[in-house]
Design a protein around this ligand. Structure first.
Ligand SMILES: Nc1nc2c(c(=O)[nH]1)N(C=O)[C@@H](CNc1ccc(C(=O)N[C@@H](CCC(=O)O)C(=O)O)cc1)CN2
Ligand SMILES: Nc1ncnc2c1ncn2[C@@H]1O[C@H](COP(=O)(O)OP(=O)(O)OP(=O)(O)O)[C@@H](O)[C@H]1O
Length: 235
């Protein structure tokens, strides 16, 4: 670890619990509450890590990625069974895979068949919380923001009970590194009640820390191809 980050960790007292200020009052989110120099260093470090981790997962073969996707689907099926009784009638938000993310679309179809209401996230307004629209295997997808396929505008807007968050990187204390738009954090800060959020990532994308910032909200559970890697103590 660089000296820069050692001193950052000392100054910010990382043994203290994560700060939930953005979750409590998103309208009072104040980026200036963080030392701007430290915030800039962290943003810089995160950018480099995103580049490294995205390149690493794109280097996996199609076969390896398929195997990992199937293992993740198995773990997720088990989590839904153990913690939500299979989740019938629940709204479950998944994601449409992009940029080498694990492909859980076969599981989405299976959950739909099992009576779970499947939804997908979309960026309707830049720098605002995500919205979620209902998806079925018959949904004709359109290109949304960032070219991500999304359900059309006539698909119902729903509020997820359980939401998947694809991970670029992750830590065993449940923190997520995403693509850098801050969308999931904004969404979780705005949603009440907060859905049960399950991070989905590659084992190899584990990080020691993401240098949590006031806006970072830890996830409830993190799954990789090796199974559960992090879970909220309170569950
Ligand atoms: N498959 C999938 N769908 C998803 C997500 C995801 O992570 N995976 N999202 C999860 O949130 C939302 C989209 N997230 C986005 C995150 C960043 C940017 C974006 O514009 N990125 C800029 C950099 C932004 C910055 O650094 O300030 C870019 O890369 O050019 C767009 C969408 C909703 N749908
Ligand atoms: N609750 C919030 N309110 C306002 N801005 C926020 C909030 N959460 C995050 N942001 C902004 O988003 C920026 C990017 O956040 P971060 O580095 O955590 O992205 P990420 O979680 O990797 O991205 P994504 O969730 O889109 O995949 C932050 O620098 C911050 O300015």
């Amino acid at each position: 670890m660089s000296d820069e980050f050692k001193s950052f960790r000392c100054q910010s007292g990382f043994s203290s619990p994560p700060c939930y200020v953005a979750e409590v009052a998103p309208e009072y989110f104040d980026p200036l509450a963080v030392d701007p120099e430290q915030a800039r260093d962290v943003a810089h470090w995160r950018k480099a890590e995103r580049t490294r981790l995205r390149a690493a997962r794109l280097a996996l073969s199609v076969g390896e990625r398929k195997e990992i996707g199937e293992a993740l689907a198995g773990h997720l099926r088990q989590v839904l069974k153990d913690r939500f009784g299979g989740a019938p009638g629940k709204v479950f938000s998944a994601y449409w895979p992009i940029k080498g993310e694990p492909d859980l679309r076969p599981l989405m179809a299976e959950l739909h068949q099992a009576g779970i209401s499947v939804a997908l996230p979309l960026v309707e307004t830049r720098a605002a919380p995500l919205i979620f629209r209902h998806w079925t295997p018959e949904t004709r997808m359109q290109r949304g923001d960032w070219n991500i396929p999304v359900p059309p505008p006539d698909a119902h807007v729903v509020t997820p009970d359980i939401a998947l968050a694809p991970l670029v990187g992750w830590t065993t204390d449940g923190y997520r590194l995403g693509y850098g738009g801050g969308y999931f954090d904004r969404t979780l800060a705005a949603l009440t009640p907060k859905p049960f959020v399950i991070g989905i990532g590659f084992q190899a994308a584990q990080l020691k820390t993401i240098y949590p910032q006031p806006h970072d909200i830890p996830l409830d559970l993190i799954l990789t191809e090796n199974g559960v890697q992090a879970e909220e103590k309170a569950i």
